[in-house]
Write a protein that binds this ligand. Structure first.
Ligand code: AMP
Length: 190
């Protein structure tokens, strides 16, 4: 199985590059942000609770997203592999993911981190907010809070994979295709 963690701050291009990887390798895309937005649009209790935190730019509790990922792994037992997009976002989530995969005789193949500076991120997120109507992208204060959450809680997850020699960093600025070419050269070398 090819199990990739696509890593990077909000607006780094994880969603865009995930879709290109899916086309190339036929992997299952697991985006906790998309799963949470699905819960919100269905009006579930979990969605209502998560929306409050998401609208403030805060992370939802680890147990919630770990439970969602666990269900998706169980529901896709025959998959060729997975792309984890926006997950794990804390070290506790990374540890839980390792345990979940281990229980299935699997492991993460690599973490690919997209590097983009804060100014460019803010610019991209505001544009996305205008185009997509995502409420958490429309407000500069919420965007800055999300970037801060990333720096405080998510950035340390990179070290978790560095210690396992699974970390690669890719510059996330340039054309979508040229960034994808660099990502492909990483995955081809696995
Ligand atoms: P995203 O679409 O990945 O930018 O996620 C949007 C929002 O959903 C984040 O700002 C968090 O509030 C929440 N979220 C998504 N994934 C996670 C996660 N793995 N852990 C905690 N919160 C998450």
């Amino acid at each position: 199985m090819l199990n990739l963690v696509l890593f990077g701050p909000p607006g780094a291009g994880k969603g865009t590059q995930s879709h290109k990887l899916i086309e190339k390798y036929g992997l299952i895309h697991l985006s906790t942000g998309d799963l949470l937005r699905g819960e919100i649009s269905q009006g579930t209790a979990l969605g209502l609770e998560a929306k409050k935190l998401m609208d403030e730019g805060m992370l939802v509790p680890d147990a919630v997203v770990i439970g969602m990922i666990s269900n998706k792994l169980d529901a896709n037992r025959d998959a060729e592999g997975f792309i984890f997009d926006g997950f794990p976002r804390t070290v506790a989530q990374a540890e839980a993911l390792d345990d979940l995969l281990k229980s299935k005789g699997e492991a993460i193949s690599a973490m690919i981190a997209l590097e983009v500076d804060d100014e460019e991120l803010e610019h991209r997120l505001l544009l996305r907010g205008r185009d997509s109507g995502r409420t958490d992208d429309a407000n500069p204060e919420v965007i800055r809070k999300r970037i801060k959450e990333y720096n405080d809680k998510t950035d340390p997850v990179a070290n978790f994979y560095k210690h396992q020699n699974k970390f690669t960093s890719v510059i996330g600025i340039g054309s979508k295709d040229s960034i994808f070419d660099t990502i492909s050269s990483v995955t081809e070398a696995l």
